[in-house]
Ligand binder design. Sequence first.
Ligand code: GLN
Length: 203
Amino acid sequence: MPKIGVLALQGDFREHLASLQRLGQETLAVRTPEDLAAVDALVIPGGESSVIDRLSRNYSLAEPIKQLIADGMPAYGSCAGMIMLADRIENPAVSSAGAVQQSFGGIDMTVRRNAFGRQVDSFEYQLDFLGKNLEAVFIRAPEAVQVGPDVQVISTVPAEGDGEQGRIVAVRQGNLLATSFHPEVTGSTAIHEFFIQLTRGDA
Ligand code: GLN
């Protein structure tokens, strides 16, 4: 059985570990390059993407993660993790020293951080995920504002204006999966089940 790591530098990695373990999945909290080398797939949790970015570079994890993603390692990012998997961040955080937030990349998309933030900081929405109905929790969530031709749009939430296309909140590109929302904070296991299948080559 492939071992799934959860990047455990910041954010709600404990909830992801618990969700995967409830499904009988073998897991590892990833904090070092050695941990990373011991896993077959990686979950990047929700939290604060600029902090995950900074810590992953400080702990010498960013480069090996980018390399493993380029080599085809399955990865799933929720919320801040979705931002980390995006090739482009529309509105990256900039530190007081002028350092611009970076991502690992892998999914050919542009994300807008805190895209739903102004009107409502957090909301729930019943959405369709590959034919399954699930309650999605959005907390200062990003949106994919542009996706490349190889990106499969899995879920959207309605846009405000009539006739507009839905706003993209779940995508897949090959072995990479990303959601704006947090399945790890609800009881729903559909997304983790799907990711486990993906790591086994069954999705
Ligand atoms: N807004 C956060 C960020 O930019 C993501 C929020 C979350 O993961 N709940 O990283």
